[in-house]
Write a protein that binds this ligand. Structure first.
Ligand code: TXA
Ligand code: MG
Length: 331
């Protein structure tokens, strides 16, 4: 595995000789961990079925769970999907950024059936992370990329998290430092008449509803039963080794404490370990720290992580979604 460390704030990396090597690996059907503004993605050429199969194999991921394809621009996205007026409005408002649109797939799109799990829809995202956009443009391929972690485990927001988990499967890890948003993209389904929130994420429900001028529905029940269409529909996800206890009003000396905001709950100062997601109570900061905090508290060896109440407003909805998955019964 090659590690390429770059400084995303200077454009120098775009002319690095590493670019050619990463592009060659991707075009050869190999896997590369590529940073985005949300989390690190385990990327492969989305048009190459064998490459996509390698993603599933590396993650140990159930094959019914389709992948997001990342492209460089709205124009590139339009090669793969049919955009309604609503889809266009959301793309204009939030791309590049942490929003994924699930849209009817064009018959002419070369994205492989393995990436879409055979559905007649495709999940597309133009990320704010410049490296992913650049590599999609350079290779001329949509890049399929789920979060670069073993299926069911905590998503990676730093290159070292990826390496610890997936090194043997990777040709390349591109290290551009920690991810700014730190939580995965919001997924909106526009495949039928009603826009649906399939997974809360880095763009808040409120901001999307404002652009659409309507309330987002939840995922259709038929989708939930037959084919889980977003990781939110699999019961256990983002799971640390420790068990998770949510919305606690008291800390315990045996347990680690995941706190939020300035308020100190009883026993907080005596907790086994503590990580405050945002001492000021800022939800965006809390989202960006969530996965690092879960890893850090898990590494203390505490058998449980207690989580203080976090309001479900704005990015709080995505934070609580991930915490509930982490707390769900494990199979
Ligand atoms: O922020 C993110 O979205 C990250 C970065 C790397 O971009 N990616 C990510 O991918 O979280 P992943 O694979 O862990 O989650 C994408 C989810 C899938 O679990 C799948 O259920 C849903 O998107 N999805 C993909 N294609 C779909 C489709 N055609 N219909 C419904 N849901 C779909
Ligand atoms: Mg994931």
């Amino acid at each position: 595995m090659q590690r390429w460390t770059l400084d995303p704030s200077s454009p120098d990396w775009q002319t690095s000789p590493e670019v050619e090597n990463v592009c060659a690996a991707l075009l050869n059907g190999e896997l590369a961990a590529i940073p985005t503004e949300t989390v690190y993605g385990l990327a492969a050429d989305a048009t190459n079925g064998i490459a996509c199969a390698r993603i599933f194999e590396a993650k140990g991921r159930p094959q019914f769970n389709p992948l997001i394809s990342h492209v460089a621009s709205l124009a590139a996205a339009e090669e793969h999907a049919i955009f309604s007026d609503e889809a266009r409005a959301l793309a204009a408002a939030f791309w590049p950024g942490p929003l994924t649109l699930v849209l009817p797939k064009k018959k002419s799109s070369p994205i492989s059936d393995l990436a879409t799990a055979g559905l007649d829809t495709v999940a597309l995202r133009v990320p704010d992370g410049a490296v992913m956009r650049f590599l999609s443009e350079k290779t001329g391929r949509p890049l399929a990329a789920p979060s670069a972690n073993t299926s069911g485990k905590i998503s990676p927001t730093r290159a070292e998290d990826v390496i610890a988990d997936l090194e043997p499967s990777l040709s390349y890890v591109i290290d551009a430092g920690p991810c700014a948003v730190g939580i995965e993209s919001t997924i909106i389904g526009l495949g039928d008449e009603t826009p649906r929130l399939l997974r809360p994420g880095g763009v808040s429900r409120e901001d999307i509803e404002q652009v659409l001028g309507k309330i987002l529905q939840g995922a259709a029940e038929s989708m939930q039963q037959d084919a889980p269409t977003a990781p939110g529909m699999l019961s256990s996800h983002y799971a640390p080794n420790a068990s998770m206890i949510l919305n606690v009003s008291e800390a315990s000396p045996e347990d680690a404490l995941l706190s939020f905001g300035p308020e100190r709950i009883p026993g907080a100062d005596k907790a086994h370990a503590e990580f405050n997601l945002s001492p000021e109570g800022n939800l965006a900061e809390a989202a960006s720290n969530l996965f690092v905090a879960m890893r850090a508290l898990d590494a203390t060896g505490a058998s449980s992580i207690r989580v203080q109440f976090i309001p479900s407003l704005g990015l709080g909805e995505a934070i609580n979604d991930r915490l509930q998955r982490a707390a769900a019964p494990r199979n």
